[in-house]
Ligand binder design. Sequence first.
Ligand SMILES: NC(=O)C1=CN([C@@H]2O[C@H](COP(=O)(O)OP(=O)(O)OC[C@H]3O[C@@H](n4cnc5c(N)ncnc54)[C@H](OP(=O)(O)O)[C@@H]3O)[C@@H](O)[C@H]2O)C=CC1
Ligand SMILES: O=C(O)C1=N[C@H](C(=O)O)C[C@H](O)C1
Length: 270
Amino acid sequence: MADMGLVVVGAGGRMGQTLIRVIHEMEGVVLAGAVERQGSPALGRDAGELAGVGSLGVTITDDPLAAFSKADGVLDFTAPAASVEFAGYAAQARIAHVIGTTGFSADDEAKISAAARHATIVKSGNMSLGVNLLATLVKQAAKALGAADFDIEVLEMHHRHKVDAPSGTALLLGQAAAEGRGISLEDNSVRVRDGHTGAREAGTIGFATLRGGSVVGEHSVILAGAGERIVLSHNAEDRSIFARGAVKAALWARDKKPGVYSMLDVLGLN
Ligand SMILES: NC(=O)C1=CN([C@@H]2O[C@H](COP(=O)(O)OP(=O)(O)OC[C@H]3O[C@@H](n4cnc5c(N)ncnc54)[C@H](OP(=O)(O)O)[C@@H]3O)[C@@H](O)[C@H]2O)C=CC1
Ligand SMILES: O=C(O)C1=N[C@H](C(=O)O)C[C@H](O)C1
C-alpha cells in the first residue's frame, strides 16, 4: 500500500511541529500538507524547515480544503473552534481526522459527531499508549475500591501556556474512574474548591489543576482511603509520545467506517 498522506493543521504550534518531525521519521506516512490560520507568520514557510528537519517541499497554507483534497488523513492539535471546522472539511473530503485538541463544549462535541457521519474520526484527550493503559487501570481500581471506602481525586500539571482546565487527560481519567464506579462523571465531578466548601461528599470525583513552566503533562489519580492511598500516575517527558500515537491512529483509521473512535479502540484496550 502507498504511504498515507497526512496534513498537519496548526503546523506552527508545539504539537504541529512535533507531528511534522515524527511523520518525517515514521514508516508508512508522508507529509502531504501543512495548514495554519490566516495571518500566521508561518504561512509560506516550508513545514520541514519550520520544524527543524530541513526542507520537505511542503509550504504552509491557510487553505485547509485544498490541502485535505490531496491527502488521506489530517492530524489536528489546534483549538476547539478550529477542530469543529476541520471535521466538516474532513467529512467533505472523506478522509480520516485525528483530533487531539482538548477543551470542547457539549455543542462542539455534537458538531464533531455530526461530521463523523462521513469522516472517520479518532478523538482522544491523550494519544499516548501510557495514558490509555493507565485509564484501563484506573477503571479497574475504581471498580475494586468502592466509594464507601475510597475517595478519588485527579491531579494534573501542565506548562504555563495551556489554556483549558481540567486537561483533556484529567477528564479522560475521571471518565474511566466514573465508568469503573458505574456513575456519571458529569453529575459527580467537583472541578473547583474554594472557601468554606464543607466536608467532601462521598462518591464524588475531584479535580485539581496546576500550571507552570514547561511541564509537558503530569497526571495522578489518587484513591484515598482511611489509612492508605493508592496513586496511579503518568508523566509525559516528550510531546513525541502524543504525535506517534496520532500517526498510529491515522494509519488505523485508514480502512475504518465513518464514526467517532477513541485511542482505546486504536490500541485494542477497549
Ligand atoms: N490529545 C493529546 O494527546 C494532546 C492534546 N494536546 C492539545 O492540542 C491542542 C494544541 O496544543 P499545543 O500544540 O500545545 O498548542 P499551540 O498553541 O502550540 O498550537 C496550536 C496551533 O494551532 C493553530 N491554530 C489555531 N486555530 C487555527 C486555525 N483555525 N487554523 C489553523 N491553525 C490554527 C495555532 O495558531 P495560533 O498560535 O496563531 O493561534 C497554533 O499554531 C491543545 O488543545 C492541547 O490540549 C496537546 C498535546 C497532546
Ligand atoms: O496542552 C497540552 O500540552 C496537553 N494537552 C492534553 C490534555 O489536555 O490532557 C494532553 C497532554 O497532557 C498535553
